[in-house]
Design a binder for this molecule. Structure first.
Ligand code: FES
Ligand code: FES
Length: 157
C-alpha cells in the first residue's frame, strides 16, 4: 500500500514540506493542501489553461504535473506574482480594458501573459494570440485580453 511521498519545494518564496499522494496533481496540491485557490481547476485535462502556474521559471499546466514532480522545484502562483507586484501592470490593463468578466480564466491568463511580458520585445497581436492560445476564455472573445497584453508589452522599454 502506497502511503505517499514526502516532497519539499519552494512555493512563492516559502519552503514547504508535505506528504502527498502519488497521483495528486500540482494544482490540487496548491489549492487543497496549501489553500492557494487562485489557480483554477477547469478541464483538468490540459486543455483550458486555468491551472497555469510557473515552475522553475516556466509556465506549466498544474493539472498535468504531479505534485511529486514538483519536488525540489521553485513554484510560483498567481498569489505570489500578485504579492510581488510582478503582475501589477497586466492587472491594471486587464481592468482598464475590461479583459475579464467571470474571471475564471483570468489567473491562468495573467500567468501566460506575464510569461510573454518578461521575454521583452513588442509582440504583434498575432504573436500575443498565439501565446495565449492554450488559455480558454468563454466570456470575452479575447479581443480585450489581447488589447491589454498589447498595451503592457508595447508600453515597456
Ligand atoms: S485545468 Fe489544467 S488545463 Fe484545464
Ligand atoms: S472572463 Fe470568463 S472565462 Fe474568461
Amino acid at each position: 500500500m502506497e502511503h505517499g511521498h514526502d516532497i519539499t519545494l519552494t512555493v512563492n518564496g516559502t519552503t514547504v514540506s508535505r506528504r502527498v499522494e502519488p497521483r495528486q496533481h500540482l494544482v490540487d496540491f496548491l489549492r487543497e493542501d496549501l489553500g492557494l485557490t487562485g489557480s483554477h481547476a477547469g478541464c483538468e485535462h490540459g486543455v483550458c489553461g486555468a491551472c497555469t502556474v510557473r515552475v522553475n521559471g516556466d509556465i506549466v499546466r498544474g493539472c498535468l504535473m504531479l505534485a511529486v514532480q514538483a519536488n525540489g522545484c521553485k513554484v510560483e502562483t498567481i498569489e505570489g506574482l500578485s504579492d510581488s507586484k510582478e503582475l501589477a501592470g497586466l492587472q491594471k490593463a486587464f481592468h482598464e480594458k475590461n479583459a475579464l468578466q467571470c474571471g475564471f480564466c483570468t489567473p491562468g491568463m495573467l500567468m501566460a501573459a506575464q510569461d510573454l511580458v518578461k521575454r521583452g520585445g513588442k509582440p504583434t497581436r498575432e504573436q500575443i494570440r498565439e501565446h495565449i492560445s492554450g488559455n480558454y476564455c468563454r466570456c470575452t472573445g479575447y479581443q480585450a485580453i489581447v488589447d491589454a497584453i498589447e498595451e503592457v508589452t508595447h508600453g515597456q522599454g
